[in-house]
Ligand binder design. Structure first.
Ligand SMILES: [Cu+2]
Length: 159
């Protein structure tokens, strides 16, 4: 792992045959519930376009005192959100959806109001692909995706 990390950091461009994880982020947005909100969340699709399995292990942003990776679990009849210490697996060639009611990037202790139309920066850390900073628009008006691949008909979250 340390050798591979060193290679990725230093010379992956020179070693095209090395198995690498490359991440693409689609359709990101962030939201907070109102101007008084102490917390918020970010949602997006993450695709591993490389040929090595990878894992989102951390996220960071200056908009919050703490940024965690969360998901929702059913606790009896109640849906609860919990931190996922081990992060979210993103298998080679797969796309994972961070969405309402599922996996998300959690902002705890907002340092500023997330206004509609603002842009925030979030740095995602992947085990193999390393750090990636994403600019994410704030969209407090966006409705949860309830049809299609939503939770109701979903295939579960394998994160
Ligand atoms: Cu959360």
């Amino acid at each position: 792992m340390s050798l591979k990390t060193a290679l990725l950091a230093g010379a992956c461009a020179l070693l095209p045959s090395l198995a690498i994880a490359e991440m693409m982020v689609d359709d990101p947005y962030a939201r907070a519930a109102g101007a008084m909100a102490r917390s918020g969340a970010a949602f997006m699709q993450i695709t591993n376009t490389g040929d090595a399995d990878d894992r989102l292990v951390a996220a960071a942003s200056d908009v919050a005192e703490r940024v965690e990776l969360h998901t929702h679990i059913m606790d009896g009849d109640v849906m609860r959100m919990v931190e996922v210490e081990e992060g979210f697996a993103v298998t080679a060639g797969e796309t994972i959806a961070l969405e309402r009611g599922g996996m998300h990037v959690m902002f705890l202790g907002l340092t500023r109001v997330l206004e509609q139309g603002d842009e925030i920066e979030v740095t995602l850390t992947f085990e193999e692909a390393g750090e990636m900073t994403v600019t994410i628009p704030v969209d407090n008006e966006r409705m949860p995706a309830e049809t299609g691949h939503g939770m109701q008909h979903g295939h579960g979250h394998d994160g």
